[in-house]
Write a protein that binds this ligand. Structure first.
Ligand code: F0G
Length: 485
């Protein structure tokens, strides 16, 4: 057999396109200043390549769009709900589904029905909205992920794994009665999109069974996690991602889901459960906060698109290309010598801002500053995942200082091409070459919860304007940037 390398390619062709606008550096300076140096506050038309998030930013297929025309917009009992419920039973295996407008809607319902004030909820690293809902319900989050996950350079292939010792220690400390469930996230977002192994999940099940603790999967990126199990965990190479996903869910009691990620839709989510009583409690809550239990905040057409998204997203060919594209970008950055979180995760490449900008102390928000520098450099929009996202400790009121101070380059599904990834990689490399110019930020407005979304910042000193002068001189009279070679 020939040993010639055979590339993967996207298992689709493009039917509709959306033009992108190139901007000048002067326009970007104005835009980021107006956005208070927070990429969440930019207008999307000011952005060239948008890697803020993979959430709700996917391109739907013709099959999904065709399903949108079959929306049954009845208030109660829409046929699209039953299609969705059937597909969740078939692919995830949970008998009861409560649709929600998106993932945090499901997290809210779950917290309401399961957490009592004073409870503890262990999890494999926090996620922003997940922890916020646990805390709003009077619970306290406890991180039980393995230590390797907090080290951006550690090459453990399953950095999403739970540390069984930490879990047992928490049970001992607070008692199983005060732990309603463990929240197990697939492809742990804040760790860099790092997967959990099936064997670790089995161990967690054993421990939880011995203490009567439930397991709730955050299945937002569970299909992508299944791909990592197929490729990296012994014994799964020849199995389908569909079979692996089912195995993962079989080990859990239910899931919260943001359909905006794995499931290739622009809006939607669900809470799915095995226990009928819990399902009934969730039905009582969903009518208050989302909508009737057969639409939960979604239009019929959106439920149809999500149901069809399940069928498409679980295909091995889709997952190979999806994760292949993320790894293509990550490997290019590694070749350029850029410090990124390794191994490369499933939905994004994470720049390690501590190593990228070692001259900026963490309290001056280096990752936030790097998102600003990258946007100024090339119009690429990324997201901070460091001290700003971590927020304040409710007990002490101080910043939390996470070990991981990251910038996430998040790849939407089926949206950008390999050429876009090349441009991104070159932009990051250009930023890295000139990194000394980038300075810190100070926060000038801080919302009380989930501050990263809406906080305002200002550059400390004159780092931006010093660079402006340089660039403006260099660019005088020339059209910016790109070379046609
Ligand atoms: N769980 C995980 C692991 C997530 O990544 C998200 C959202 C949610 C829950 C909440 O879902 O947005 O539909 O309400 N993550 C987005 C992101 C916002 O950009 O990573 P949602």
């Amino acid at each position: 057999m020939s040993t010639r390398r055979r590339s993967w390619a996207e298992p689709f062709k493009i039917k509709v396109v959306e033009p992108l606008a190139l901007t000048t550096r002067a326009q970007r300076e104005k835009a980021i200043e107006n956005a208070h140096y927070n990429t969440f506050l930019l207008r999307s038309e000011e952005v060239y390549i948008d890697l803020l998030t993979d959430s709700g930013t996917s391109a739907m297929s013709d099959y999904q769009w065709a399903g949108m025309m079959l929306g049954d917009e009845a208030y109660a009992g829409s046929k699209n709900f039953y299609n969705l419920e059937n597909n969740i039973r078939k692919y995830y295996g949970y008998p009861y589904t409560v649709p929600t407008h998106q993932g945090r809607g499901a997290e809210h319902l779950l917290a309401k029905i399961m957490i009592r004030p004073g409870d503890f909820i262990p999890g494999n690293m926090y996620f922003t909205t997940t922890r916020a809902h646990q805390e709003l319900a009077g619970g306290t989050f406890r991180d039980v992920i393995i230590d390797e996950a907090h080290d951006p350079a550690n090459l453990h292939p399953f950095k999403g794994n739970i540390d069984i010792g930490k879990l047992e220690a928490l049970v001992k400390e607070v008692g199983a009665d005060h732990i309603p469930y463990i929240n197990v996230q697939a492809c742990v977002n804040m760790a860099g999109g790092q997967p959990i192994s099936l064997s670790n999940l089995k161990e967690v099940r054993k421990v939880c069974d011995s203490h009567g603790i439930k397991i709730i999967l955050d299945a937002t990126r569970a299909m992508e996690n299944a791909w990592f199990i197929k490729m990296g965990e012994p014994g799964h190479k020849d199995r389908s991602c569909a079979a692996i996903l089912k195995d993962m869910c079989d080990l859990t009691d239910g899931c919260t889901m943001s359909g905006k990620k794995d499931l290739l839709v622009n809006i939607g989510g669900f809470l799915a459960l095995r226990d009928k009583h819990l399902y009934e409690l969730a039905c009582q809550q969903v009518v208050l906060y989302e909508g009737l239990h057969t639409y939960g905040g979604m239009a019929g057409r959106d439920m149809e698109a999500m149901s069809r998204g399940i069928e498409e997203a679980i295909q091995d060919d889709h997952l190979r290309a999806r994760i292949g594209q993320v790894h293509y970008l990550g490997n290019k950055l590694i070749q350029e010598g850029i410090p990124i979180v390794q191994p490369i995760g499933g939905h994004a490449v994470y720049l390690d801002a501590k190593r990228f900008l070692p001259h900026i102390q963490q309290s001056d928000f280096p990752a936030q500053a790097l998102t600003v520098a990258l946007f100024l450099e090339s119009g690429v929009r990324a997201m901070e995942r460091g001290i700003v996202s971590a927020g304040r400790d409710p007990a002490t009121g101080d910043h939390r200082y996470p070990n991981l101070e990251l910038v996430r380059l998040t790849i939407p599904r089926r949206v950008y091409t390999q050429a876009h990834m090349d441009v991104v990689s070159e932009s990051v490399a250009a930023c890295y070459e000139e990194r000394e110019w980038v300075g810190g930020l100070k926060m000038t407005y801080e919302p009380e919860t989930l501050r990263f979304f809406q906080a305002h910042f200002e550059p400390i000193g004159t780092w931006a304007s010093a660079k402006n002068r340089q660039e403006n001189a260099a660019l005088a009279g020339s059209s910016e940037g790109m070379q046609l070679d």
